[in-house]
Design a protein around this ligand. Structure first.
Ligand code: ADP
Ligand code: MG
Length: 844
């Protein structure tokens, strides 16, 4: 029994009968909240419900009768859902016209006979059209509005355009579109950028001299007057907050005197000072406050804005949408999943993520929404994997002796990890299913040769392979290495059966290559994004390899895959990610991990130097060059820019050659050079014509010059650890002791501390974890994330516990009902489709 709920229902009915004049209860509806709250708690009413009721009613007095009606309807609806057994809803108020503007004709909302169960809430505008008597219809249970709708599903009206909102016309709607807000659903998921927490404010009475604070108060007086014989002007104001008064002053902003009005609420931030024994604040930052925020929402959401709309206006629209629509949302997560994961319901989470009552509510809400994202991501990758495995892939059998013969030609013995990766691939080739494999191995672990062996298998069978790398330098290097390897030995390819295609390849040669790929005479093509251009077509592409796959967008990898039919795919990366994360982010792929370095590798000696110790670095470089070795010097930018005082490669190259290394040959390589020039610079460095290569990060990925033993990185503070690790990986690729020297832009101790992690570890995995902590997932996953960047707005991939939880739940549902066809999973299926939108094809 819930006497408190029945009581509430009674009040609500009374209020409806009185036409929402807030007189049903003496002192207004809100006045009974405190008593009611404790009664409800005594009755054992769910905390969520209590909060939903009190949160809505606290502000009741200030609402228009129309909004009051909507609010009470929302509460009635909520109670009905939570306590159907109380069943007196027939007398609850019926919001026959939710805040709408009935501008748009109902479009997709026509009743679909075939799927009546999908619609329980008809779109508001549809109701207006259908309705014959616009006012006071007899109240009836909401669910009867669509025949046959017994189970409540997410209202289809969430797809309605924003013009249905009061106060949003076509012009505002267009503005909102700039923020990616097209439908009511978009609004629900338009999470605040941050929150202003007014509950954490300090009262004036407890301010301390010298303290840096934000306080809020009402303006009690304002004066402006000239001082210093008219040379300056001072505006003085006093604000009070009931606990005390604070004197504020601003100099030479005479207009302020008229901006402040007595009684106005403002927030001021600054340092508390003392003047003649009183607390004062001099030239504080200040902002006008919307009073209602202070009283009602102590934690106020701040949304992303665009020109022509204000925070206040948008917040009002958000409030309108959330308070009316959030309670109508039926949770797509089955209770079993939600309860096991200890998460709040979706409606509660949506309400609390926008208008949280406390930080604790907010935290729970965020957790719930993040859970959904990971859950959907995982469901998506599991499906993707199943789909890929459901088609046939061509079988390539690999005779043991043949494979061994090819290995024997290599100048080194494969590591056990490499051997394992090769046999994983050979197994995939023989499985009759397309391979979808991720080859993960730290920088320098020798991934290229594994890819080359896979290529040989396919070429041997007469089919085609495409290898895509993120830079022309790397493509060129792979082309060179592969040509050498594949044209050697008994079962060799001819030289012109392997070609290179990059953006800068001359048009005539491009044309010739395209023809060769189309007629099948080219067996192996190595290149950059140029490979996925529309006019590149293959006769029989059976293997696609993507090197440094995190450098490519999802769509680019998908485009390469599209060049063949059910082809075998191998993607390679040096980005090490924790296993639980890998299973979520790369859950659609099989993974081969190479956790071993080729024999004889030594740790790279890494030092962080202060800028004034630069000469020491130069000395070391000279010594290494004298020893026949080579060095890289990396600069973060190509040209000097006003804003960033990074030392530019071009200028530095000149002065290094002219002043520091006069007797040595210093080469230059940067991103703005033409592909042919880059190629030439690399070639000269490889041929030891250059002792030192001054470069930008164009050499970051993949570049392999085993004779280079020193990597000097200027402006090291501008790089993430993972990137530094990649750069450092350009040395130490041979048997010789190698060195990495990091010089930050200035003597910033915290920066240096961060960089020290590099000196402490040579393990990409450890550094990646550190990087994740320091810089967050966006940087870490790079463009790879783009495939679902809209999807992961709440979840942070650093939250391994949450990921694990969501992954387990998704896995278990997938096992039971992969297509989400069971009745209890229907909503989940819809939500999943929504999450993934129209993206078809690759996920990872
Ligand atoms: P990454 O995994 O970073 O792409 P690479 O494939 O470029 O690494 O290999 C790094 C270097 O190690 C290359 O110079 C390559 O020739 C060499 N290498 C690869 N495998 C072995 C091995 N088993 N033994 C010795 N050197 C190897
Ligand atoms: Mg590589």
């Amino acid at each position: 029994m819930y006497p408190s709920i029945e009581k509430l229902q009674k009040y609500v009915r009374l209020e409806a009968k009185n036409g929402y004049d807030n007189k049903a209860i003496i002192g207004g509806l809100a006045s009974m909240l405190e008593t009611w709250e404790s009664e409800a708690r005594n009755d054992g009413v769910a905390e969520e419900v209590i909060q939903a009721v009190t949160g809505r009613l606290r502000d009741y007095e200030r609402l228009s009768p129309e909004s009051r009606k909507v609010t009470l309807f929302g509460i009635g609806n909520r109670l009905k859902r939570e306590y159907p057994e109380l069943g007196s809803e027939k007398e609850l108020p019926k919001a026959d016209a939710p805040p709408t503007q009935a501008e748009d004709k109902p479009s997709e909302q026509t009743q679909d006979e075939a799927a009546p169960a999908k619609i329980t809430e008809s779109a508001p505008q549809q109701e207006n059209v259908e309705k014959s008597t616009p006012t006071h219809r007899p109240a009836r249970p909401r669910s009867e509005s669509v025949p046959g709708a017994s189970t409540s599903k997410t209202p289809i009206a969430l797809n309605a355009k924003l013009t249905v909102l009061q106060g949003v016309g076509p012009r505002n709607a267009t503005t909102l579109e700039k923020l990616g807000l097209f439908t009511l659903r978009d609004m629900l998921y338009n999470f605040p950028r941050r929150y202003d927490d007014y509950s954490q404010l300090k009262p004036i009475k407890s301010l301390w001299y010298g303290e840096q604070v934000t306080v809020i108060g009402n303006v009690q007086s304002v004066t402006g007057r000239p001082i210093r014989g008219g040379k300056s002007h001072i505006t003085e104001a006093v604000i009070g907050d009931g606990t005390g008064a604070l004197r504020l002053s601003w100099f030479n902003q005479p207009w302020l005197t008229n901006r402040f009005k007595k009684g106005m609420s403002i927030s001021v931030s600054g340092k508390v000072d003392q003047y003649l024994g009183r607390l004062v604040m001099s030239s504080p930052d200040w902002e006008m406050i919307e009073t209602e925020n202070l009283h009602t929402n102590r934690i106020v959401p701040i949304y992303a804005l665009t020109a022509k709309i204000t925070q206040k206006w948008l917040r009002k629209q958000m409030m309108q949408v959330i308070s009316y629509w959030a309670p109508k949302i039926t949770d797509h997560l089955p209770d079993s999943v939600r309860l096991t994961a200890k998460l709040p319901r979706l409606d509660t989470a949506l309400e609390n993520v926008h208008f949280p009552k406390t930080q604790a509510h907010l935290k729970l809400a965020r957790e719930r929404l993040a859970f959904d994202e990971i859950f959907f991501l995982q469901m998506g990758v599991l499906r993707q994997k199943r789909d890929w495995q459901s088609v046939m892939g061509r079988i390539f059998d690999v005779p043991e002796e043949w494979l061994q013969a090819r290995k024997d030609i290599l100048p080194f013995t494969l590591t056990a990890s490499q051997d394992k990766a090769v046999s994983d691939i050979v197994m995939d080739f023989g499985s009759g299913r397309p391979m979808n494999r991720l080859l993960q191995g730290d920088v320098g672990s020798g991934k290229t040769v594994v890819a080359a062996m896979a290529t040989e298998v396919i070429a041997h069978a007469g089919a085609q392979t495409a290898i895509m790398a993120p830079t022309s330098i790397l493509a060129e290097q792979h082309y060179r290495g592969l040509s050498q390897m594949l044209t050697a030995g008994e079962d060799a390819l001819k030289e012109d059966e392997i070609r290179l295609l990059v953006g800068d390849t001359p048009e005539a040669r491009k044309q010739e290559i395209r023809e060769g790929l189309l007629d099948g005479s080219i067996k192996v093509i190595v290149g950059t994004h140029a490979l996925i251009e529309g006019n590149v077509t293959f006769a029989d592409l059976q293997l696609a390899i993507v090197d440094e796959q995190h450098r490519f967008g999802v769509d680019q990898r998908a485009a390469l895959r599209e060049k063949g039919e059910n082809l075998h795919l191998l993607v390679m990366t040096a980005t090490p990610i924790p296993r639980s994360l890998a299973l979520t982010v790369h859950g659609d792929l099989d993974i081969s991990v190479m956790d071993e370095m080729p024999a004889g590798r030594q740790e790279i000696d890494t030092h962080v130097l202060r800028p004034r110790e630069r000469e020491r670095a130069y000395t070391m470089i000279r010594a290494q060059v004298l020893d026949g070795k080579q060095a890289f010097i990396i600069y973060p930018l190509v040209e000097e820019s006003e804003k960033i005082e990074a030392r530019a490669a071009v200028e530095e190259h000149e002065s290094l050659q002219a002043e520091v290394f006069r007797k040595l040959n210093v080469g230059l390589l940067h991103g703005r050079m033409k592909a042919a020039e880059k190629e030439e610079a690399m070639e000269k460095f490889r041929a030891k014509e250059y002792d030192i290569l001054v470069a930008t990060t164009v050499v970051e990925v993949g570049v392999d010059i085993p004779n280079a033993t020193v990597m000097l990185i200027e402006g090291a503070d501008r790089f993430g650890l993972a990137q530094l690790h990649q750069l450092r990986g350009r040395v130490g690729r041979g048997l010789d002791k190698s060195y990495c020297l990091l010089i930050p832009t200035d003597n910033n101790d915290t920066e240096n501390e961060r960089l020290l992690a590099m000196a402490e570890s040579n393990d990409g995995f450890v550094l990646a974890e550190k990087d994740l902590q320091q810089r967050g997932p966006g940087e870490f996953l790079g463009t790879r994330q783009s495939g679902y960047s809209t999807g992961l707005r709440m979840a942070s991939i650093t939250d391994i516990d949450l990921i694990e939880k969501a992954r387990e739940r998704a896995q278990s549902i997938f096992v039971q009902d992969a297509n989400l066809e069971k009745e209890e999973h229907k909503l989940l299926g819809e939500a999943l489709d929504n999450f993934w939108g129209n993206t078809k094809g690759d996920i990872s």
